[in-house]
Design a binder for this molecule. Structure first.
Ligand SMILES: NC(=O)CC[C@H](N)C(=O)O
Length: 309
């Protein structure tokens, strides 16, 4: 078995040097200012040992990676009733696409495309004030990462709020079908702010550990969800976590993973490890270009693909 510490260090060195860095997201002006040369990786094994490389300690905007955690919270609130509001199928469309919503009566294909995540956020909001719902999401992240210093980057949230015309269109369209229950501005506000949570690779990999270990953080002993639920969230990450790049990610990496336009990816190796990578440049589907390549190298060298070593 190759030495994980060496593999992680080699990947970080290799990724720092590569010229092909992808394109940083431009549609959120604040995100366009992030340095494309950044690269971070954190891997936490079953015993809780942390292996890091590059900028593993630098907070970045987790964006859509937050949707894994809002999904977890919403399932905790309403259980399987959530699936009346959102589907479980890959969309085959970009993350911010609107077309399927008309054909499918305002029910988004899955909880990870923007429309689906808006429905999930609306479930968490359920009649509360946006501030309370957001506080609940942030405290959940702090609890999972065991770090109360995690916060929201209000510059990014504000930038998205000012430029979030697509998301506003999606939310209003769903509201017209009755699949948003709260005032559209409330749901959008909470959504933009949870996407703007800033975390480092170390914090994100820590927060994901319950998904690698049957719903429970093996170090703290805290149970977050049941084994069944952890398995199902992983299944959704595998099939839908990279939008219309999900097939490619499964083909190349072979792990449940969730990407964000901030360049982060959370990937889960069942029973073995929780991994976070961060490289701000994106590919055409809006997923981290070097993040995916780093995970591909890591899983190949460690024999970690869920489809066989
Ligand atoms: N893919 C993403 O990370 C998208 C999240 C971003 N906040 C948006 O709504 O556009």
């Amino acid at each position: 078995m190759p030495d994980l510490k060496t593999v992680v260090a080699e990947i970080a060195a290799e990724m720092k040097e590569r010229p092909d860095r992808g394109e940083v997201a431009k549609y959120i002006p604040e995100l366009a200012r992030v340095d494309p040369n950044a690269f971070g990786i954190a891997v936490i094994d079953a015993e809780g040992k942390v292996f890091t490389g590059g900028d593993a300690d630098t907070p970045f905007s987790i964006q859509s990676v937050s949707k894994v955690f809002t999904l977890t919270l919403a399932l905790g609130k309403v259980g399987d009733r959530l699936w009346r509001r959102v589907g479980k199928e890959p969309s085959g469309s970009p993350f911010n696409s609107i077309v399927q919503l008309e054909r499918e009566q305002g029910v988004p294909r899955n909880p990870f495309i923007n429309a689906g995540a808006l429905a999930v956020t609306d479930v968490i909001l359920s009649g509360h004030q946006p501030r309370e719902a957001l506080g609940e999401i942030l405290r959940f992240m702090q609890f999972l990462a065991d770090d109360v210093s995690i916060s929201i980057d209000h510059g990014i949230a504000g930038s998205e709020q000012r430029w979030g015309f697509r998301n506003a269109a999606l939310a209003n369209y769903m509201r017209s079908f009755g699949n948003l229950e709260n005032p559209v501005d409330f749901t959008l506000g909470v959504y933009f702010h949870h996407c703007a949570i800033a975390m480092s690779c170390i914090q994100l990999a820590t927060a994901g550990r319950f998904l690698a270990h049957g719903g429970r953080n093996p170090t703290t002993g805290h149970s977050v969800v049941s084994l069944d639920r952890a398995r199902r969230i992983n299944a959704l990450m595998l099939t839908c976590g990279h939008y219309d790049g999900s097939g490619e990610f499964a083909y190349r990496v072979g792990l449940p993973g969730k990407s964000g336009v901030g360049g982060g990816i959370l990937a889960i190796v069942p029973d073995k490890a929780s991994i976070a990578v961060w490289a701000p440049g994106l590919d055409a589907a809006g997923n981290s270009h070097l993040g995916r390549i780093a995970l591909e190298i890591l899983t190949r060298r460690m024999g970690w693909s869920i489809f066989g070593a």
